[in-house]
Design a protein around this ligand. Structure first.
Ligand SMILES: [Zn+2]
Length: 255
């Protein structure tokens, strides 16, 4: 059974006091105007019918093909044209509809790395991807809270934790260079995911699996949503050279 907003508030203990999610969804001083039916419909126009994970991977396959052509193009003009082609793959939602709300169909927990641009990687437009990003794509508290909002309020049916090749945060976690106190805090969950003998790629994949498992271990809302089938949680690995996303098996013991 899908989680209702009321259920979320009960689970998070915000119904009786504190900051309710309803305060986040609309400005309190502004009277709620009924959304025009056509604008509401337009918010869902990019939501693919059928299996959303299949649709997401198909979008990445289109990006990857274009990306592999792009890196071989010798002239700046040709490369720019290919970039435009990638952008045009994305679905376009009426900005008037976007001003009224959002109805993304996938939530991503991905790295802050400038080489990982989710709208490109999944050939998507504004309003399609709910994104949480930080170096090393770890499941930090605010990330999990954001994903709770995406699932319980926005009814996003799919979460993907996305690691990527040559991830600097995982390199830092594996290294012994001195870090600032806050960076030490950031790499702590990455270090917890490291396995002896793993090379960098294996460590990056292990970190994505670990973060995906953390999401449901630490959030009752997301665990229940997964168990009821309201949301599917997967993990992937983005290859910077090929542009391809590989789906990864979950951590042993995680569903
Ligand atoms: Zn990274």
């Amino acid at each position: 059974m899908p989680l209702s907003r009321r259920a979320l508030l009960q689970l998070t203990g915000t119904a009786a006091g504190g900051l309710a999610l309803s305060q986040l969804t609309q400005a309190p001083a502004r009277a709620a105007k009924p959304m025009a039916a056509e604008l509401k419909r337009d918010l869902t126009v990019c939501t693919p019918p059928g299996d959303v994970l299949e649709a997401l991977m198909a979008r990445n396959a289109r990006f990857s093909q274009t990306w592999q052509r792009l890196v071989k193009e010798p002239t700046p003009a040709a490369r720019m044209q290919l970039k435009t082609d990638i952008f045009d793959e994305g679905c376009q939602i009426d900005p008037m509809a976007l001003e009224q709300g959002q109805q993304p169909w996938v939530a991503l927990l991905s790295c802050a790395d400038a080489r990982v641009a989710p709208e490109y990687v999944f050939a998507s437009g504004s309003g399609e991807l709910f994104q949480v990003r930080c170096a090393g794509n770890t499941a930090f508290d605010d990330a999990i809270a954001s994903l709770e909002y995406a699932v319980a309020v926005l009814k996003v049916p799919l979460i993907m934790v996305l690691g990527h090749s040559s991830c600097g945060a995982v390199k830092a976690a594996r290294g012994s260079e001195p870090l600032t106190p806050l960076l030490e805090q950031l790499v702590k969950p990455i270090r917890a995911s490291l396995q002896p003998g793993d090379d960098l790629s294996q460590a990056i994949k292990g970190n994505a699996r670990f973060a995906a498992a953390q999401i449901t271990q630490r959030s009752a809302v997301l665990r229940q949503a997964q168990e009821s089938g309201q949301v599917k949680i997967v993990q992937g690995f983005f290859d910077l050279v090929t542009g391809r996303v590989e789906l990864l098996k979950p951590l042993a013991g995680a569903s």
